[in-house]
Write a protein that binds this ligand. Structure first.
Ligand code: BTN
Length: 252
């Protein structure tokens, strides 16, 4: 179930999105960064059938078997001030969750932008910024049924959750249509974007252990603040976290 008609799907993308399909690259985020530095315009999407060095957040490897998943990166040259660019991660996570849900299973967001189905990760997003551009990298497990041991306990795919083969090009179209709408909201309708993220936040009300620049913390998530930060109650008070690593749900 390898090659699909991504080019046909791309004909239905909203402006300014357009697609470049590669057979094999190290990382689509790197390809897009190189093209951005060479002057490529906003909206270019690089999709790879195979990544030899796909990476996740914190430098972790990203597993995306050829023909079974989506691995793509989107070049953005946002008009919004750079201070608002972290919101792109929320916009992308939400767009992917909405796209996933259009195929059936309810999709949650594990702040800031992991997409979960039934408490397992189905998609991850890696946003990297250059001087005047941002790269939004999206990895989504679609028809994978076997994961490597290191992620087997925490990963899932659309196929596992729906018990059906899912067309990757249709999922791609859903993601891009939704992201086209959500990305605009980082500057002019962030409240609407945030409300939709809050409704899907799988951490709210949960006891969580996480790692930040200040070290390890344990506490309860109270929600997401007006700027998109995680509101996190610890024994010493309420923290507003812009960024956190290794967010783990703990037993209540
Ligand atoms: C994470 O959850 O840690 C983020 C995973 C992001 C993976 C995608 S796959 C396409 C793009 N290219 C990469 O090398 N990484 C992102």
């Amino acid at each position: 179930m390898g090659s699909e008609n991504f080019i046909e799907a791309a004909a239905g993308f909203p402006e300014p999105f357009r697609l470049l399909v590669c057979e094999s690259v190290e990382s689509t985020n790197d390809e897009v960064r190189i093209l951005a530095q060479a002057g490529a315009a906003d909206g270019l999407i690089v999709l790879a059938e195979h990544q030899t060095a796909g990476r996740g957040r914190r430098g972790a490897a990203w597993f995306s078997p050829a023909g079974e998943s989506l691995a793509l990166s989107i070049l953005l040259r946002p008009e919004e001030p750079k201070a608002l660019w972290p919101r792109l991660a929320l916009a992308a996570g939400l767009a992917v969750a909405e796209a996933v849900e259009s195929f059936g299973p309810p999709a949650g967001i594990k702040w800031p932008n992991d997409v979960w189905i039934n408490q397992r990760k189905v998609a991850g997003i890696l946003v990297e910024a250059g001087a005047d551009f941002a790269v939004v990298g999206i990895g989504l497990n679609i028809n994978t049924t076997l994961f490597p041991p290191e992620v087997a306990e925490i990963a899932t795919s659309l196929r596992i959750e729906t018990t059906q083969y899912i067309s990757r090009s249709e999922v791609l179209g859903e993601i891009i249509r939704r992201f086209a709408r959500r990305r605009i909201q980082i500057g002019n309708d962030f409240d609407d974007l945030l409300s939709a993220v809050r409704l899907r936040c799988v951490l709210t009300g949960k006891r969580v252990g996480l790692v930040t620049a200040k070290g390890q913390m344990v506490g309860t998530v109270e929600g997401i603040a007006a700027g998109g930060e995680l509101l996190f109650r610890t024994a010493s008070g309420l923290e507003r976290l812009i960024q956190a690593d290794e967010v783990r749900l703990l037993a209540p």
